[in-house]
Design a binder for this molecule. Structure first.
Ligand code: B1M
Length: 212
């Protein structure tokens, strides 16, 4: 049986990790381009998963299973991404803000951005503004991405941006935000450079901000 993108997409959507791994091995054996396994296999599947989740047709455990099965496939594909094929286009620091422990969406966003050819440094959750400051100094990223899932913690995004400004790190840095309670309007209000409603648009936003 030949490898098909439709099959790997269905396996990712269904969260069938073993099948994703088997099909990815098959794709590699058949000498498919590693980049196309990601771009034509995994990403379209995760885009569908994102939409279904939004519409209430899929639930968190299923979304996680889909993401994990994509990750399992990515582990096989990653070492084959030779330099030049997916060049490192930039570095993105990612984290969930102070007081907030939600990380499922952030992790999905990170995976998607990474599969778009960027280096993602995930700082974790419940991050004091100072953690972002330290990491910006250490990694010198093009973009800082903040996630918040609680109406009470979205204000920590504003605080983080203020602290970055106080530290003189805001200039030349792009800041993007996301998470269920935040919006484009909120991003404008707190002087972030962009807002993305989901993981697929987050990758597009990264592209836009880096090329701006
Ligand atoms: Co909590 N929780 N939770 N929770 N939780 C919500 C967010 C809530 C809406 C549930 C509800 O009441 N209906 C509610 C918030 C209410 C509000 O503030 N408006 C809530 C609450 C109240 C709480 C606690 C306070 C509950 C309590 O203890 N009383 C508590 C707070 C803990 C804390 O953070 N300090 C709490 C705890 C938890 C768990 C630990 C049990 C667990 C988190 C596990 C984990 O993340 N490791 C949890 C979960 C799972 C949820 C729900 C059910 C699902 C969130 C999720 O993962 N969605 C959530 C209800 C819901 O959303 N239906 C809820 C799936 C994920 C793929 O979507 O995170 O939206 P999402 O991410 C999307 C986009 O938002 C966007 O892209 C992602 C992918 O498409 N996005 C970005 C996210 N970050 C981005 C960053 C970007 C760009 C896009 O750029 C940087």
């Amino acid at each position: 049986m030949m490898f098909s993108f439709e099959e790997v997409q269905s396996a990712v959507m269904a969260g069938e990790m073993d099948k994703v791994v088997e099909l990815t091995r098959k794709a590699i054996e058949e000498k498919l381009q590693p980049v196309s396994i990601i771009n034509e296999g995994y990403i379209p599947a995760m885009n569908v998963v994102g939409k279904r989740f939004k519409n209430g047709e899929m639930f968190v455990p299923e979304v996680l299973m889909a993401a994990r099965s994509m990750n399992a496939g990515m582990e096989l594909v990653k070492p084959l991404l030779v330099e030049g094929e997916v060049q490192v286009k930039g570095t993105i620091l990612l984290g969930t803000v102070k007081g907030d422990l939600h990380d499922i969406g952030k992790n999905l966003v990170g995976m998607m951005i990474e599969s778009g050819g960027y280096v993602v440094i995930d700082l974790g959750t419940d991050l004091e503004p100072e953690k972002f400051v330290e990491a910006v100094k250490e990694y010198k990223p093009e973009i800082v991405g903040m996630s918040a899932l609680l109406t009470t913690t979205m204000l920590a995004m504003k605080e983080t941006i203020e602290v970055l400004k106080e530290e003189g790190l805001r200039d030349g840095l792009k800041i993007m935000i996301g998470g269920a309670p935040v919006s484009k309007e909120f991003a404008d209000e707190i002087d972030a450079d962009g807002y993305a409603p989901d993981a697929a648009s987050a990758t597009e936003l990264v592209e836009k901000l880096i090329n701006a």
